[in-house]
Design a protein around this ligand. Structure first.
Ligand SMILES: Cc1cc2nc3c(=O)[nH]c(=O)nc-3n(C[C@H](O)[C@H](O)[C@H](O)COP(=O)(O)O)c2cc1C
Length: 154
């Protein structure tokens, strides 16, 4: 019997904004059939959780023109263990930003490419405090990723 695919949502948040977006993505992923989903703070996750996943969604902010440190630390931590395990996961990016976010996306993409994880979707940047429609987009992203994993699309 094939194991149910699992989406891992890893998030880092200082103010709670990324936490809200991650919660919305988690709720969306739970709407999908045929895939499991787990979510956790980047500081609580490591290579064991990544290795158990079939796909990854990273939710983090851009700070001072770079990926927020807590999320960067997570990627630094799982980088070599993932390579050692020959992990190739579909991965997606949700960045929260004040007015930009592109450098954080670039940082994440550069690191994920090196593992190498494969991009599952276009990166999603949400600027400013999330409005209801932004939370809905985060939910749709989580649902699309979990559905894609369930259907073996990635
Ligand atoms: C120290 C600091 C630096 C920031 N630098 C940027 C930046 O370079 N570009 C940007 O678009 N937003 C920037 N922001 C805004 C954050 O990306 C935004 O508030 C985000 O929602 C924070 O999410 P979090 O508090 O959940 O981590 C910065 C915020 C802080 C606190």
């Amino acid at each position: 019997m094939t194991a149910t695919p699992q989406l891992l949502i890893a998030w880092h948040s200082q103010s709670g904004t990324c936490a809200r977006l991650a919660a919305a993505a988690l709720a969306g992923a739970r709407r999908a059939e045929g895939a499991g989903v787990a979510a956790g703070r980047c500081e609580d996750l490591g290579s064991v959780e990544v290795a158990a996943a079939s796909g990854l969604l990273l939710v983090a902010a851009e700070n001072a023109g770079r990926l927020a440190g807590g999320a960067k630390q997570f990627l630094d931590r799982v980088f070599y263990p993932s390579i050692d395990r020959d992990l190739v996961l579909p991965a997606a990016v949700l960045v929260s930003a004040g007015n930009d976010g592109r450098n954080a996306v670039g940082d994440i993409e550069r690191m994920l490419k090196g593992i190498p994880f494969t991009p599952a979707t276009e990166p999603l940047i949400i600027r400013g405090l999330p409005r209801p429609e932004d939370l809905a987009r985060a939910g749709e992203l989580g649902e699309a990723l979990a559905t894609g994993l369930a259907l073996g699309l990635f």
